[in-house]
Design a binder for this molecule. Structure first.
Ligand SMILES: Cc1ncc(COP(=O)(O)O)c(C=O)c1O
Length: 400
């Protein structure tokens, strides 16, 4: 079957032809040098027909794998049934999805605002935090990443993302991640919300200690502030629990999910307690596309797939297998392997970019997390044999 993105079959160099066409109208933010046209589970194929093992998953997005049958069927069925139904009107599939979502979430989280991306849901979290507390100051962690829209950008640490757009609309007090003393000093009666990734993703794959997250909960309560977790990257089963914060037994007032939640269909979800949700004045927030039945059908299919195939436990097992495999390589070039479940970072004693390029040449797709860390965030359906293949490729490249 020919699709509009397939290169013309007669083209002698399909990848180069596609890249040239792509470059003609793209924003200029990126300069891709590979073009993917098909996937299956944790495999991807480029326009020349070369196969890759995908340990990037669109940065932790393709949770149930590429071309997942349940997900594809759910999207196709819903597309033929009803795509448009905004959240001011109820919809059967959205309700089913939301009920399924709350079966995976701890009390007292019981309300959700559905959006279309991580950053958009984080913007909503900021507005709800201001509405609930009447305060504006946020305590956020150095190396944290919350997205590129202006409010989310204010909570993003990396100067090169933030500085060209300052002043940003929200005052942020920065603390060293996983440092209890700095958190204790920073949270005051003017703090609206403590905002943390339970496992930092872009910042280098750093899990917070349970003690730190517990202290954050206590400090928020003591100062009348909210505790908000950004689980856009680490949530939805990737770390071996539905929420990464479950490892610490800490329940926030707000938590944001996105990336893997609908397996690649755009979605964001701001999950809240009832008390937080009720603080928003009538008409105080909204969205055209958020909660549309297509994304809801996809989200429902993802949750069903996670449960039916035991993918959350599988993430724990496959993560442990990969970590043990990399550690067994005993490479002098590796400083540390860290993370939880299938959200792993391999910190090198050298720059990651040349190693990532060599891995890709050998058919393994990964992504960096800072200058020296290689992120391993494959689809949760990755098999034992695929994990072993990834380790073997790492072995060849690190020995090379
Ligand atoms: C932890 C975290 N928060 C927020 C975002 C922004 O999400 P989006 O790209 O969907 O706006 C990301 C994306 O990488 C993320 O990893």
């Amino acid at each position: 079957m020919t699709t509009p993105t397939d290169p013309t079959p007669t083209d002698p160099n399909p990848t180069q032809a596609l890249l040239a066409r792509d470059a003609r109208h793209a924003s200029g933010l990126w300069s891709p040098d590979v073009a993917f046209v098909r996937g299956e589970g944790a495999w991807l194929w480029d326009a020349d027909g070369k196969r890759y093992l995908d340990a990037m998953a669109g940065i932790a997005v393709a949770s149930v794998g590429h071309a997942n049958e349940r997900l594809a069927d759910a999207i196709a069925t819903q597309a033929r049934r009803l795509i448009v139904c905004p959240q001011n009107l109820a919809n059967d599939v959205r309700t089913e999805f939301v009920e399924a979502l709350f079966r995976h979430l701890p009390a007292p989280l019981e309300r959700v605002f559905l959006a279309n991306s991580g950053a958009e849901a984080n913007e909503a979290a900021l507005k709800w935090a201001i509405a609930k507390t009447g305060r504006r100051r946020i305590v956020a962690a150095k190396r944290g990443f919350a997205g590129r829209t202006l409010g989310a950008l204010a909570m993003t640490w990396e100067a090169k993302y933030r500085e060209p757009f300052e002043p940003l609309p929200i005052p942020v007090d920065w603390v060293r991640y996983d440092d209890v003393a700095e958190l204790e000093a920073a949270v005051t009666d003017e703090t609206a919300m403590i905002w943390l990734e339970p496992v930092q993703g872009e910042g280098g794959v750093h899990p917070a200690s349970a003690a730190y997250l517990r202290r954050a909960r206590e400090l928020a309560d003591a100062h009348g502030a909210l505790l908000g977790f950004d689980e856009i990257q680490c949530g939805v089963g990737r770390t071996g629990r539905f929420l990464a914060s479950e490892h610490a037994g800490v329940v926030p007032d707000l938590v944001v999910l996105a990336k893997g939640l609908a397996g690649g269909v755009p979605i964001g979800a701001l999950v809240m307690t009832d008390a937080v949700a009720r603080a928003m004045p009538a008409g105080g927030h909204g969205t055209t596309f958020g909660g549309n039945p297509l994304a809801a059908a996809a989200g429902l299919a993802v949750l069903q797939e996670l449960d039916a195939r035991g993918l959350i436990a599988h993430a724990t097992a496959m993560g442990a297998r990969f970590r043990a495999g990399i550690e067994a390589l005993g490479s002098e070039r590796v400083r540390e392997v860290r993370g939880l479940g299938l959200m792993l970072g391999i910190e090198l004693k050298e720059k990651a970019a040349p190693i990532i390029a060599a891995l890709r040449d050998q058919g393994l797709l990964t992504i960096n997390a800072g200058a020296t860390v290689i992120r391993f965030v494959p689809p949760l359906v990755i098999t034992e044999a695929q994990v072993d293949e990834a380790v073997a490729i790492f072995g060849r490249v690190l020995r090379g």
